[in-house]
Design a protein around this ligand. Structure first.
Ligand code: NAP
Length: 476
């Protein structure tokens, strides 16, 4: 099928196409029009002009649009789920989970319209302002450029689009090339939901080319990016004076203490490490287990990894689908080879057939190995020994990333120490760092990013504060 791009709410076809291939069997899923220079300029004009329309929509109107988008997504949920699975390769069950999450994100975005976006300032408490009263209110910042990754093509776009609509901003979405069809379906959904047409632009194309042009243009006022640290840092350099939000990568870790419920820990860790074939920004990559339970945990995780059913992601019985590309499977192979050359042992997995990578467990991996220090983004989990909590915290913190971390323990003091001392944006107690609810503030520190998502927090970088101070001579 030949998919158009979306320019100012209109379906437009161009001559140059992106071929979207299945990561499972390399079959052609569809062709998507690539945005030309002229189209990019047109989209930038659309968002500049349509800001006058979107900023004037009343809160109740924006709430209706978000609720309508939610109803339409509910109706189209199976179409979205199948498209995500075909393009991205996650299992159909995982795609249905993503669609449910996107519905929740829309619900949370709509709910923001019932909340006060400002507060009264007690001016008369300031010695030079006893004759004033006033307040501040948030106003939409202007056109939002949303750049999204391949792994959650719907919900991570919704975490930008939902708050942008709630704020009253026009949108340009630049979806990941490999999952552009989902981006187009999302653009059509927004048109049908009734957001002003010119304010809806979905521009597929190679990030290094079209992304560069969009990021540096002054008509864009907000850049909200989710993707790798490498690309995120390059965008920050080019963006100039704009509101910026960066949701970047990680090599997330979890500590397992000997007082924890080890069966629960193993059950959660295997899911956290292998969901989406490990291609989740908060995938469990590193496990630091206390000595008394170390052998048992390795045994449980090895067995669980061996039992995962790998295969066609559209098959309802499949538990793990392919990686996004064969190049990524080969990159993963390289990480494993390096770890083994440094003395690591593979307890299960380690091989791949094309993009299908066996769930892999590694032990005794030196802390300086690349499989520990860089983001693996693959179905791999490393389990290393620790002698106590302090050693575990030091190893978790020995990372350039800081997105989320987890700890399994029954001891409230250990949980509290981990919360206080681990340098990340979220500490998950008795569950894996892979846990995320769309309502919570989500994001990282260090190379994992800037700012927080979750509609209530994302709206802060899509709006600016304007103060109103009113002189009243009666107060004198
Ligand atoms: P990526 O390679 O960084 O690409 C992300 C997006 O940026 C894509 O749309 C890409 O377009 C675009 N892009 C590439 N170069 C660009 C440039 N110079 N200027 C502007 N845009 C550019 O990431 P990915 O491989 O799609 O996704 C995996 C990464 O995302 C991992 O590092 C993962 O941890 C991270 N991630 C983070 C979160 C979070 O919430 N913290 C969530 C999910 C994923 P093309 O596709 O055309 O290259």
């Amino acid at each position: 099928m030949d998919y158009p791009l979306i320019l100012g709410g209109l379906e437009v076809r161009t001559l140059e196409k992106l071929e979207i291939l299945s990561p499972y069997d390399n079959s052609l899923i569809g062709k998507v029009s690539i945005a030309t220079d002229e189209i990019i300029d047109h989209a930038l004009e659309n968002v500049r002009i349509s800001f006058d329309d979107t900023r004037d929509l009343s809160a109740i109107h924006r709430e209706h649009i978000l609720n309508k988008a939610k109803d339409l997504l509910h109706e189209r949920s199976e179409e979205f789920s199948r498209t995500i699975t075909q393009e991205m390769g996650k299992t159909i069950q995982e795609s249905r989970g993503e669609v449910s999450r996107a519905l929740e994100t829309l619900k949370l975005s709509a709910a923001l319209l019932r909340e006060p976006l400002g507060e009264v300032i007690p001016f008369d408490s300031a010695p030079n302002a006893t004759d004033k009263w006033g307040f501040y209110k948030r106003f939409p910042s202007g056109p939002v450029l949303a750049i999204t990754p391949f792994n959650f093509p719907l919900n991570l776009a919704m975490h930008k689009i939902g708050p942008a609509i709630a704020a009253g901003n026009p949108i340009i979405l630049k979806p990941a090339s490999k999952t552009s069809i989902t981006g187009i379906l999302l653009g059509k959904l927004l048109i049908d939901a009734g957001y002003p047409r010119k304010a809806i632009n979905v521009l597929p194309g190679p990030g290094g080319i079209i992304g560069d042009r969009l990021v540096s243009d002054d008509r864009i006022k907000v850049v909200t990016f989710t993707g790798s640290a490498e690309v995120g840092k390059a965008i920050v350099k080019k963006a100039g004076l704009k509101h910026i939000a960066m949701e970047l990568g990680s090599n997330s870790a979890v500590i397992v203490m000997s007082d924890s419920d080890i069966l629960h820990a193993a059950n959660r860790i295997i899911k956290g490490a292998m969901a989406l074939a490990g291609q989740v920004c908060i995938s469990v990559q590193r496990v630091y287990a206390e000595l008394p339970i170390y052998e048992k945990l390795v045994e449980l995780l090895t067995l669980a990894a061996k039992n995962i059913k790998l295969g066609d992601p559209l098959n309802e019985q499949t538990e793990m689908g392919p990686m996004i590309s064969e190049a990524d499977a080969k990159r993963t192979d390289g990480l494993i080879q390096e770890a083994v050359s440094l003395g690591a042992e593979i307890t299960t997995g380690g091989k791949h057939n094309g993009t299908l990578f066996q769930p892999t467990v590694l032990i005794n991996v030196p802390q300086h190995a690349k499989i520990i220090q860089t983001e693996a983004f693959a179905p791999i989990v490393v389990i290393n020994k620790i002698s106590d909590l302090n050693e575990g915290i030091a190893l978790v913190n020995d990372s350039k990333f800081g997105l989320q971390a987890g700890i399994f323990t029954r001891d409230i003091n250990s949980a509290h120490t981990a919360f206080k001392k681990i340098d990340v944006g979220g500490v998950i107690i008795n569950d894996v760092p892979t846990f995320r609810a769309d309502i919570m503030p989500y994001g990282g520190i260090k190379d994992s990013g800037l700012g927080r998502e979750g509609p209530r927090y994302a709206i802060e970088h899509m709006t600016y504060i304007k103060v109103c101070a009113i002189h009243n001579s009666d107060y004198e």
